[in-house]
Design a binder for this molecule. Sequence first.
Ligand SMILES: C[S@@+](CC[C@H](N)C(=O)[O-])C[C@H]1O[C@@H](n2cnc3c(N)ncnc32)[C@H](O)[C@@H]1O
Length: 256
Amino acid sequence: MTEQSADLRETVRRRYAASALKVTEGGTSCCGPEPVEVDGNFGGALYAADERDALPAEAVAAALGCGNPAAVADLHEGERVLDLGSGGGIDVLLSARRVGPGGKAYGLDMTEEMLALALANQKKAGVTNVEFLKGEIEAIPLPAGTMDVVISNCVINLSTDKPAVFAEMFRVLVPGGRIGVLDVVADDGLTPAQRAERGDYVGCIAGALSFAEYHDGLSAAGFTDIELAPTHAVADGMHSAIVRAVKPVMACPGVG
Ligand SMILES: C[S@@+](CC[C@H](N)C(=O)[O-])C[C@H]1O[C@@H](n2cnc3c(N)ncnc32)[C@H](O)[C@@H]1O
């Protein structure tokens, strides 16, 4: 990793540690914790009311994503699902409910403060088929071929090594496994400089791939059935988008 990438990753870690602490230290006022994301394009407002109501207030308040990946991934009873960049744990808790006691939801995050918040939220939610792991999405600390589904919510744009993330998603999935991701994606005409004019890196804008770059990156990692569909605009020419893809049953030998 270059010094510049390491600095950027540390800036991202600090930014999200501060978000976690804002919720953790927000106290227990009668109205519950203040949401860390107040822009309606991101965060808890993007979940259905019945899902929000069934979760600890702190899990909803900490939501920083750009959609609802557990719904996008169409999870089934008994599946093993991994959430990359799980933050305060909202998508892990929702996934755990969808896969039921015969399945399991894993959350992976590099930020200690987020992991502590997620564990506290898991306790409050009383959900047991969950495990939170500390680590980086570019080097997932799980064996190959162990997950049925990989989800992620507005995190891959923050990675300084997106090819590594795509390769790791492919590696941990079982043959036939799938991804159901929400991410910020740029119109193909926008240069990296134009993306950076629309928002900063830690705010999930400047590091976004274009639709074509996302497609090509997933394809290079070995994924098939790749679909990208914008859901709503988050800046001029930048969108929250659903990303779906499949690891083929007959993956190339030596891959995954
Ligand atoms: C925008 S927040 C999204 C959190 C969560 N997915 C949600 O929807 O609320 C980004 C999260 O990804 C984590 N993160 C960012 N880059 C990461 C990396 N390279 N490896 C692991 N975690 C990362 C941050 O610590 C933070 O918790």
